[in-house]
Ligand binder design. Structure first.
Ligand SMILES: *Cc1c(COP(=O)(O)O)cnc(C)c1O
Length: 354
């Protein structure tokens, strides 16, 4: 820390991203897709386009916004895009933070960081014993609400009816639904945006669209909310989505067939892994995301994480309230087979020790 850092930022604890290790690890720790982007992405990024990088990107990102609007059957005025959904979330915290926010105590680790960064009160709400969210705890809230659905870390999904009840009971608070994992079996709340002017849905290209490195996220909501997000954007970084990402994102959005094929494969591999867990004495959350949270009575989460790492498999050990668990990203079939093989070896050894 330099002696110049502002006083109110001295205690800021930054977000810790998952390890991005070099080497031959099977990487199941940051919920990326194991599949490459749609082939239309590479086709859209040709030499002609690269040679236009001397020019700024379109600040309205019209091509990308149009493609997203088309996919969700909403108007362009209902869509704002950002440099990853993290940037959209930051804009939302900044724009709507006055009354503070509430979120579950186990959720995306960036929410408390944003709250700190912008000096916003963030109250956390206890989970149920099975790590699920009790929607009633979010009715008639004194603060704005941010929920990841499916929830980060647990993958547990709240039904669209439950989301609607939360939105309806908080008509004077904004409700942000972070749908980073919605495409792996959930139903999006985008269908509710015309009915509720206090609902903002946030999504990303990083998980289900295989474009984490492209840094593209978006918000869908009532046009006034979107205008507010865009006021943040134009007050901070008008060219927030670069030329190549605008092309990559719109190409990816247009390729429905490949999107369905990839998400279907992830869902299949997830269900298969959950079955493996049940058959091998693991406790696992009923995830509707591209990861699962699992623990075994005979091994501590940290220990399992370290032993898997030694065997070339990188998963996430999150500690805190879920330190018994590891979080495992759903990869390709081959990756999952390796994961199952190595995990079985570790568990067999542990059980023999006891
Ligand atoms: C991955 C993730 C994000 C961030 O996505 P980017 O678009 O890569 O910034 C946001 N929210 C949740 C819950 C996530 O898991």
């Amino acid at each position: 820390m330099s002696r110049f850092l502002s006083e109110d930022l001295k205690n800021l604890v930054p977000y810790t991203p998952g390890e991005q290790l070099a080497g031959n690890f099977i990487k199941l720790n940051t919920n990326e897709s194991p599949f490459p982007p749609s082939s239309r992405v590479a086709e859209s990024l040709n030499t002609v386009e690269i040679n236009k990088l001397n020019l700024y990107s379109d600040p309205t990102a019209d091509l990308l916004v149009s493609e997203i609007a088309k996919y969700y059957s909403v108007k362009k005025e209902n869509v704002a895009v950002g440099n990853g959904s993290d940037e959209i979330l930051a804009f939302a915290f900044n724009a709507f933070g006055e009354k503070g926010f509430i979120c579950p105590e186990i959720t995306y680790g960036f929410y408390p960081v944003f709250a700190d960064f912008f000096g916003i009160d963030l109250e956390t709400v206890q989970m149920e014993d099975d790590l699920s969210i009790n929607p009633e705890k979010y009715y008639s809230s004194k603060r704005n609400i941010i929920l990841a659905n499916p929830n980060a870390q647990t993958g547990i999904y709240l039904d669209l009816n439950e989301i609607e009840r939360i939105v309806r009971s908080n008509e004077n608070k904004i409700v942000i639904i972070d749908e980073a994992y919605i495409d792996f079996g959930g139903e999006s709340a985008v269908s509710l945006i015309d009915k509720y002017d206090n609902l903002l849905v946030v999504q990303t290209f990083s998980k289900s669209r295989n474009l984490a490195g492209g840094r593209i996220g978006f918000a869908i909501g009532n046009k006034e909310l979107i205008a507010d997000i865009n006021t943040m954007k134009f007050s901070f970084n008008p060219y927030n989505v670069n030329r190549l990402s605008i092309l990559a994102g719109s190409a990816s959005m247009s390729d429905c067939e490949y999107f369905i094929e990839c998400t279907k494969q992830i869902i299949e591999n997830r269900e298969n892994l959950i079955e493996f867990c049940h058959a091998n004495g693991f406790i696992v959350t009923p995830s509707k995301a591209n990861f699962i949270l699992m623990k075994h009575p005979s091994i501590d989460g940290k220990d399992l994480y370290l032993q898997l790492k030694e065997k070339g498999i990188l998963v996430r050990h999150l500690g805190g309230l879920i330190s018994d668990y590891i979080r495992v990203t759903i990869g390709s079939k081959e990756q999952m087979d390796k994961f199952k093989e190595k995990t079985s070896e570790i568990i067999k050894c542990k059980i023999q020790e006891i």
